[in-house]
Design a protein around this ligand. Structure first.
Ligand SMILES: Nc1ncnc2c1ncn2[C@@H]1O[C@H](COP(=O)(O)OP(=O)(O)OP(=O)(O)O)[C@@H](O)[C@H]1O
Ligand SMILES: [Mg+2]
Length: 295
């Protein structure tokens, strides 16, 4: 990657929830795109072997360096990045990508063969190398806990959870929050839960959607005046699926759509929370989070 210039210091955000199909990838891509609309330089690292973020940006999942190379390669981490100067891949301006690929399946074997590599730390070095070039780095994580989930949390400053109204959503969120608390109590005391994005909210709101919103409202706060749920909710709309199918972000496909405005608002909220929760006197309010985790 020739075009990268140093001088930035990225916040690293893991977008998670072990439950499948809850909007992680959509939120990761559209939120990163919203930040680039606001003039920020963003990188998405796709850590899912099904490469959802990579496909939704119409980037290659084969034949290029990818997140498997980022983790295992002796090369410079920048060599795994696709930027805006690669003519074969038309990424949105200021949005760069480390693609995901099915090769991530080989991580088990790789770790088996390289027994001195500490699994949970394997993304720390590569992510740190890339921090200087971006304002924000987003890690898109797979469903289930796979070999990239824990290293992604370990390499992140913040976690954003994604949830959709669904019968099992509250239970799944509790498990995801418990995993964050476990990290905070052990290997990563500085990890900060930024909030939960509620997405694919139907209009009018269904009973399930209202129940999920209500349970999060009762779940306590991350810090004084900072509820677990982001104020901005993302509506259910087929336009997001259409945008993904054409390999465009919502800002390219339908910039005037309500949901584009929602993602811009969400980016502003995320930025305010980062400023507030990374203040020096902030300590994770794990008691409140524990209330949520325990339902
Ligand atoms: N706001 C929305 N409105 C309508 N559909 C949505 C919305 N957000 C996401 N979707 C759709 O929901 C499905 C699951 O979303 P997505 O792939 O982002 O979830 P995920 O959590 O990354 O899934 P996985 O766990 O498989 O990686 C996709 O078909 C996506 O287009
Ligand atoms: Mg996904």
């Amino acid at each position: 990657m020739k075009e990268l210039r140093e001088g930035r210091k990225a916040h690293v955000i893991c977008v998670g929830n072990q439950k499948g199909g809850v909007g992680k990838t959509t939120n990761c891509v559209q939120l990163a795109a919203a930040f680039t609309e606001q003039g920020k330089k963003c990188l998405i690292i796709d850590l899912d072997m099904t490469a959802g973020a990579t496909k939704s940006l119409k980037a290659p999942t084969q034949g290029w360096n990818d997140s498997f190379d980022l983790i295992t390669g002796p090369e410079n981490a920048r060599d795994a990045v696709i930027g805006n100067d690669d003519p074969d891949v038309q990424l949105p301006p200021n949005l760069h990508l480390v693609p995901g690929s099915a090769r991530l399946r080989d991580l088990d074997q790789y770790l088996h063969e390289h027994e001195w590599i500490v699994h949970q730390d394997m993304l720390l070095g590569p992510v740190d190398q890339l921090r200087n070039y971006y304002d924000l780095i987003f890690l898109d994580t797979p469903p289930q806990s796979t070999k990239t989930t824990i290293p992604a949390l370990k390499a992140s400053d913040f976690v954003i959870l994604s949830a959709m109204p669904d019968r099992l959503a509250i239970e799944a969120l509790g498990e995801a929050i418990q995993q964050i608390i476990t990290a905070q109590n052990g290997p990563h005391p500085d990890l900060v839960l930024l909030g939960v994005i509620l997405c694919s909210i139907p209009k009018p709101k269904t009973r399930l959607a209202r129940a999920l919103i209500e349970s999060l409202a009762q779940a306590g706060e991350i810090d004084t005046g900072v509820p677990i749920k982001f104020d901005t909710e993302i509506s259910r709309t087929v336009v997001l699926q259409e945008a993904t199918q054409t390999g465009q972000t919502i800002f390219q496909y339908a910039p005037g759509h309500d949901v584009a405005a929602q993602y811009l608002e969400l980016a502003e909220e995320v930025e305010r929370r980062i400023a507030h929760l990374s203040a020096e006197d902030y300590e994770p309010a794990s008691e409140d989070q524990e209330d949520v985790a325990n339902g």
